[in-house]
Design a protein around this ligand. Structure first.
Ligand code: SF4
Ligand code: SF4
Length: 395
């Protein structure tokens, strides 16, 4: 029996959140007193790139604040050695450092004298994923030493839809444990949902060798074209479990997915990681449908995805009026499909593997996702605009 605690929380009031997390710890029977004194605790928020909290792309800093308050006040005698770590999407020129600041998490960390560690400048330790079947990352994962040394991981994910993977939550948040350029390599070599799920579950299997506490910020999540450019969605929920897979299954069911059909869940089950039966505590049944991201690209089998699916899939498209020519997209494209010529950014669609990193990371929202067949794109865009308009009118 795996416990998942789901509780209503309608705002980002720290004291209320703290109480709910403390209650959640009891409900899922997670006793921080059992964690050894001086234990090394790695807090892993979701800091995708440079987004302020009000965009609802990143884990809200108040959640981090509540967790740090619990660790340093309620368990003061334990003298935990806490670090907040992340390898965000923006790895160049101190990208994650800056993202820590923009997200508001650095300010919270400073209040508790806790260090924010960007994993791109961490010492990397190569882990052999012996026994796991895949050929594209040579059976090794490059992790930051802060992960390797951690006794406990506190995984603070955000409840969002995702253009490539359909959903991002507890397990997907662990992708940010990979240090440095290997993240881009995985995007390049594992372009389908199925292949990328294999990478994710390799990472999860390693993280799972540690004790894990998973807390999801579902107070305001994101629907539509997440993880960065969707629409904020007020789900008013906090979700907790010591099992990231069980948490994701519960969260995706709430959001209206058929959980066990999601590729990353199937990959877990294929590897005999079975969290069932799951006991949903707090609110035992709740449905808050999230508008899905439209993308069949990640779902297409590798052998056809560059051909048959290419007309229907979303393509990153530069809005030259918005583009500030910062070249963040160019520097992060894992397959070098983006170039800068004649003072403009260009995308070579023959090279593009549709990882959508450029779309996620553009700091000026200058990359939209469009379909090649214009009329299909227009129909969907009109529908999308209508839905957003009618939603706004009903507020
Ligand atoms: S598209 Fe965005 S990330 Fe790329 S150069 Fe323009 S502003 Fe920068
Ligand atoms: S152009 Fe954008 S979506 Fe295409 S491979 Fe490069 S980063 Fe990924």
């Amino acid at each position: 029996m795996t416990d998942v605690y789901v509780v209503k929380q309608e705002n980002y009031n720290k004291d209320e959140i703290k109480l709910k997390i403390l209650q959640g710890l009891k409900e899922i029977d997670f006793d921080l007193n059992k964690v050894k004194n001086n234990a090394k605790i790695l807090i892993k928020p979701n800091i995708l790139s440079h987004h302020p909290p009000e965009k609802h792309v990143t884990t809200n800093p108040v959640i981090v604040d509540a967790v740090l308050d619990i660790l340093t006040t309620n368990y003061k005698n334990k003298q935990f050695q806490i670090i907040i770590g992340e390898s965000s999407g923006v790895q160049l020129r101190g990208g994650t450092k800056k993202a820590f600041e923009t997200s508001g998490i650095k300010e919270v960390a400073e209040k508790y004298k806790v260090k924010c560690q960007d994993f791109e400048s961490s010492k990397k330790i190569i882990i052999d994923t012996k026994g796991l079947k895949d050929e594209y990352h040579k059976k090794t994962l490059a992790f930051a030493e802060e992960l390797i040394n951690a006794d406990l991981i506190i995984n603070l994910s955000k409840m969002k839809t995702h253009v490539m993977m359909e959903y991002t939550g507890a397990i997907k948040n662990l992708f940010g444990l990979i240090a440095g350029s290997q993240k881009a390599l995985f995007h390049a070599k594992a372009p389908t949902q199925q292949k990328f799920s294999e990478v994710l579950i390799d990472i999860y299997q390693y993280a799972n060798t540690k004790t894990m506490l998973n807390i999801m910020d579902g107070i305001i999540g994101m629907e539509g074209n997440g993880p960065a450019n969707g629409i904020p969605k007020k789900a008013n929920l906090l979700i907790m479990s010591d099992d990231a897979l069980a948490l994701d299954i519960v969260a995706t069911n709430i959001m209206g997915f058929d959980s066990i059909k999601l590729e990353f869940v199937k990959e877990c089950l294929r590897r005999k990681m079975n969290p069932f039966p799951i006991q949903q505590k707090g609110i035992p049944k709740i449905s808050i449908p999230f508008k899905k991201a439209f993308n069949i690209y990640g779902k297409a089998p590798t052998f056809i995805y560059k051909k048959a699916a290419s007309l229907l899939v979303l393509n990153p498209t530069i809005n030259h009026d918005k583009c500030k020519r910062c070249q963040v997209c160019l520097k992060h494209c894992p397959v070098h499909a983006i170039t800068f010529a004649n003072n403009k950014i260009h995308i070579d669609y023959n090279k593009c593997i549709h990882c959508f990193c450029c779309h996620e990371l553009c700091p000026y929202d200058a990359i939209s996702l469009e379909r090649k067949i214009d009329f299909i794109s227009k129909i969907f865009r009109k529908k999308e605009v209508k839905k957003v308009e009618s939603k706004n009118n009903t507020k």
